[in-house]
Design a protein around this ligand. Structure first.
Ligand code: G5P
Ligand code: MG
Length: 230
């Protein structure tokens, strides 16, 4: 199945995945990377990996915002993400997870890159709140687990490295609430931005396993792939 999906694409796919905290952006991006051979760039993972280096000034500046469940300022995140994107080889497909999250970020990205599609995950907030309390992550790689949905093979340890898993500081109930509020205030307008550009595709539901096959179908039917098949 994986090989078949790869040869549908006549050129690299440039996709964004947006949605509220805990909507499954990381989980679905990982599956897209597996099935479509894409490069995954997650703004949250990049910021968290920088936090391990206490000399990293950017990470130091970002920490307080992340802990508080607020968005990191645009002047920090935009240069970080655009510079990371420039490092991806031109022929490579990519998915940007968690960026952009403000109209300023969306405009900056629109000027700096071509986007083929924007996948919007529309998952109810009560579902999200239940999921996040059971989330465990492998900090270095960004691999995500969940106690009920996709548990690690050995409880508390990463499947590939066998290193210990941790819980995110911003997954505390009070911080989750703040993240949801900042999503409504700052990130929801980004949906209208991409509707106006004709790029948005929304997927609604409670279960990633039901949403993902629709995402696959959508990616396989992007216009440039149809051209290849005709
Ligand atoms: P992040 O790291 O981008 P959020 O808040 O956008 O954080 P998060 O929490 O990473 O998003 P997600 O990636 O959408 O969530 O979801 P996920 O990790 O795949 O799934 C959540 C949990 O549900 C997991 O345990 C998963 O296994 C489970 N799950 C998935 N599907 C199902 C299912 O069907 N059923 C069940 N039962 N479980 C399921 O950003 C963090 C912070 O960084 C800063 C901000 O401070 C932000 O708060 N930041 C930015 N600031 C400014 N601008 C930006 N662009 C920024 N990007 C990051
Ligand atoms: Mg994530």
């Amino acid at each position: 199945m994986r090989l078949m999906m790869r040869c549908y694409a006549s050129r690299a796919i440039h996709a964004l995945i947006i949605g509220p905290p805990g909507s499954g952006k990381g989980t679905i991006s990982a599956r897209m990377c597996r099935d479509f051979d894409m490069h995954h760039l997650s703004s949250g993972d990049l910021l968290r990996s920088g936090l391990e280096d206490k000399q990293n000034q950017l990470a130091v500046k970002a920490t307080e915002y992340m802990k508080a469940g607020e968005l990191v300022p645009d002047d920090v995140i935009v240069p970080l993400m655009l510079s990371q994107l420039k490092m991806v080889p031109e022929e490579r497909s990519w998915v940007l997870d968690g960026f952009p999250r403000s109209i300023f970020q969306a405009n900056s990205l629109y000027e700096g890159a071509t986007i083929d599609t924007v996948i919007n995950l529309d998952v109810p907030f009560d579902t999200i709140i239940k999921r996040l309390s059971g989330r465990w992550i492998h900090m270095k790689s960004g691999r995500v687990y969940n106690e009920s949905f996709n548990p690690p093979q050995r409880s508390g340890f990463d499947d590939l490295t066998q290193e210990p898993l941790t819980q995110r500081e911003d997954d505390k109930p009070e911080t989750i609430q703040k993240r949801l509020t900042s999503y409504l205030d700052q990130t929801k307008p980004v949906i209208d931005f991409y509707i106006n550009k004709g790029l948005l595709k929304s997927f609604s539901g409670n279960e990633t396993d039901k949403i993902y096959p629709w995402v696959v179908k959508h990616l396989k039917n992007l216009p440039f792939e149809k051209d290849l098949r005709s």
